[in-house]
Design a protein around this ligand. Structure first.
Ligand code: ADP
Ligand code: MG
Length: 301
């Protein structure tokens, strides 16, 4: 039987935009000791600004004065079918109209980037791992500028040649630091961030938010492994919650004790896999959910 106060708790939570799929999750939430966050779109806004475009000499020789614009345009076209926050930023930075007919044979590789045919050219846009995959690791190491301020680098290759890179930068959500502190105040022991982004980008965010642990350069499958390691290490009564924006997150959401999908625009798969759905992008909603659950538990017992 379900104690009455949990009904009140679920109702109270839902009026705050927190959908709890069952009273067992509300009860578990009160015992949350580990909160594991995805980075992009969860702790950060997931709205990247393009800060610099670097073009390789050879690509400049080929494209001339407009090389930077061409690089951005090719990347934006290659990304035209992606829903990843990075792709949106590249399309916006390019600004021009993108005709769907220019892009074909799109392959999006989770945790890597995209490869597509644009105007008949083979364009790859993604991280260093994607370039390694294409056999361009060495060229990359001697060519690319390091992103000093902890941003994200999108490398671009055209027809099998390294063409340059686009530096983009995401910002932490205004409520993230407050949410981390509030969770700690509610008795959470460890706050962890998992990300497929570079170590430099991850460290910048972890430091700003005072997170306890951070793991970077993870593939979607590595995130599941990281959660399993944490699950194996914790005491049986302790609860681990994973919070993600849903892009590539469904497997991790289902593996955690409590999966929390964030953002009204989360993918259907994420909403399906989640135990708790936060209807907006504010991470404070999670701290509020923990607070409500603990209040219910005190009333029940
Ligand atoms: P996060 O863990 O921060 O949510 P993802 O797992 O979605 O990030 O992606 C990890 C990394 O893979 C990104 O930081 C980026 O370098 C690369 N990547 C993924 N998708 C794309 C894409 N569509 N375009 C370019 N790069 C991408
Ligand atoms: Mg993500």
């Amino acid at each position: 039987s379900i104690p009455l106060s949990f009904f009140g708790g679920i109702g109270g939570a839902s009026s705050c935009g927190i959908l709890v799929k069952g009273s067992n999750y509300l009860e578990a939430l009160a015992r949350t000791k580990y909160v594991v966050f995805d980075k992009t779109g969860t702790l950060t806004k997931g709205v990247f600004q393009v800060t610099e475009v670097h073009v390789d000499e050879e690509f400049t020789a080929l494209e001339g004065e407009k090389a930077q614009e061409v690089l951005l345009e090719l990347a934006a076209c290659a990304e035209s079918y992606s829903v990843h926050p990075i792709s949106k930023s590249l399309r916006e930075a390019y600004g021009g109209e993108i005709k769907p007919s220019r892009t074909a044979e799109v392959e999006e590789i989770g945790g890597h980037g995209v490869i597509a045919a644009v105007d008949g050219k083979k364009v790859a846009a993604g991280n260093a791992r994607l370039m390694e995959k294409l056999g361009l690791g060495d060229v990359l190491r001697s060519n690319s500028p390091e992103q000093k301020n902890g941003g994200t680098v999108v490398h671009v290759a055209v027809d099998g040649k390294y063409a340059g890179c686009i530096l983009i930068s995401d910002v932490v959500k205004p409520q993230s630091a407050e949410a981390i502190a509030a969770l700690k105040a509610e008795g959470v022991k460890e706050t962890v961030m998992l990300t497929g982004d570079s170590n430099a980008a991850a460290q910048r965010v972890a430091k700003e938010l005072k997170l306890d642990q951070v793991k970077s350069e993870l593939l979607p499958g590595d995130k599941v492994n990281a959660v399993e390691e944490l699950l194996a290490a914790k005491a049986p009564k302790e609860v681990l919650a994973f919070v993600g924006d849903g892009i590539n997150d469904a497997p991790v959401l289902s593996r955690a004790d409590i999966g929390v999908a964030m953002g009204a625009l989360g993918s259907d798969a994420a909403i399906e896999a989640a135990d708790i759905v936060l209807m907006d992008d504010n991470p404070m909603k999670l701290a509020l959910a923990v607070k409500i659950s603990r209040k219910c538990l005190r009333i029940v017992y």
